[in-house]
Write a protein that binds this ligand. Sequence first.
Ligand code: ADP
Length: 574
Amino acid sequence: MIKNPFKQALATYRQIVAATIVFSAAINILMFVSPLYMLQVYDRVLQSRSEVTLLMLTIIAVAMLALYGILEWLRSRVLVRAGLRFDRMISDGVFTRVVDTSIKNPQSKSKFALMDIDRLREFLTGSGLISLCDLPWLPVFLAVCFFFHPLIGWIATGGAIVIVIITIANEFMTKTQLSEATNVGQAAMHFSNSTLVNVEVIRALGMESSLRKRWVGLHRSMLEKQATASDRAGALQSFSKFVRMGLQTLILGAGAYLALQGQISPGSIIAASIMMGRALQPVDQVVAQWKQFIAARQAYDRLETMFVEVPEEEDKIDLPTPEGKLSVENLILFAPGTQTPLVRGVSFEAQPGEAVAVVGPSGAGKSSLVRALVGIWAPASGSVRLDGAELQHWETDKLGQHVGYLPQSVELFEGTISENIARFRDDATSEEIINAAKQANVHDLIQSMEKGYDTQIGPGGQQLSGGQRQRVGLARALFGNPALLVLDEPNANLDSEGEEALNKVILSLKARGKTILFVSHKISLIAVSDKALILRDGAMSGFGATQDLLQPKPAAQAPKVEEAKSADENKTAS
Ligand code: ADP
């Protein structure tokens, strides 16, 4: 059976909710203390004028109220701990799914699921759930009101019905606006987060006002929807307050009238008033927290959908450390959510100790092919195997340890150079990190920096130059001695010294029996490869020994590598 951590967490949470219901029961029973005390004081003590009885009653009432306080405190402690446990049980699963969903659908707003955890936990551990647990006591309190006198019972019931109607009206009048406001708010945040990454471009190209206009548009739309919802909710809340206060007066008046008629005792006037107040309290709270409740329910729905749509990764058998034999068979690839294949029918093999150069014009599908070779995009058809095992058969994190990947845009993360090289693994030793840096020929460069390996590189590594980023990225790819190295234009930002160093790195990797696949247009780099694969419009137009493909051909057959290269250079130049 496939595990669903969300369901498991909810099952555990249900036990805690059961405990909360028991606590709430005891707390609600103790709510009878005040009205009972009032009844006794007015109807017994004032009649008998017994100070001893008053003292005894007061001691008992205070003790019971102390117990009430302790139980309330315990209930909130239990809930807070349950919330932490709930969070622990699902947060790993949510994070994994957010990564997975973002790869499969980069436009998805799945990263907001991380906030949904907080929203749901806050509701489940706060006054939201508590008032829901108190709500079932409403009929009991109402029944006691009827016990005092049917008129008092009807006033309280009428009040409760009015408040419930207000609650339902609140739901209908605010639900759509609130959910639209949340969606637009998320879109605004997504937009600002993604655009602010490129602040320098925004300033240099004078894009500030146009981008601000877009953001302000989204932001205002969210505010308008929120304001409409708040207006409606606010009006209903005020009306509900008026109803409650009016009811208090009404019930005291009715009680006094009934006492004048001799139908109830004077003590009952106060006791009934307190009782009705208690009965309506949770109803009032639910009305006040309706917004939080709707937000929590939406968060719940989104999380539940996410856990259903992205099932738990099945336990995969531990595959032995690969030697690096890469075989690609009839590979067909689509970008997530698109219909046109970006790579069609690519087949080739690379053995440990071999370097394969992938060449072809821009847009030929080189980076897309690379994404499949490191397991980012799953094949739509065909296969990519490492030592005979399809990449999908590997556990993703385990596969990552055997693969070194340097994306075209490098993509370093905020942190220190050593953290980045170590792929943020907290069990990485300095030796492993320095070893990777030395292999990537970047150790001296790092050492020459003021803080060396502890240099903070800022978001996306923006405090490094393009070439430095690429070289640190190469060290990160080499960290952990992976068997397969996939480098997407590793020389794009390098100067001639860097290029020379890169050539040496590739030669030494080959000598150490690693399998290397790199995308490049540079003849000097392509020359160190053993095989070359030429891609054109997503299809393989040639694969073979680099020497053969690089050999100048008779005029009738133009050399493929050169042709691909010049086509690309033309594009780049334009
Ligand atoms: P290359 O690396 O050879 O320049 P790419 O593999 O980056 O080419 O791109 C090949 C084609 O796939 C291009 O036409 C590009 O527009 C398209 N493409 C790349 N990534 C995506 C994506 N995530 N979604 C849709 N199309 C994409």
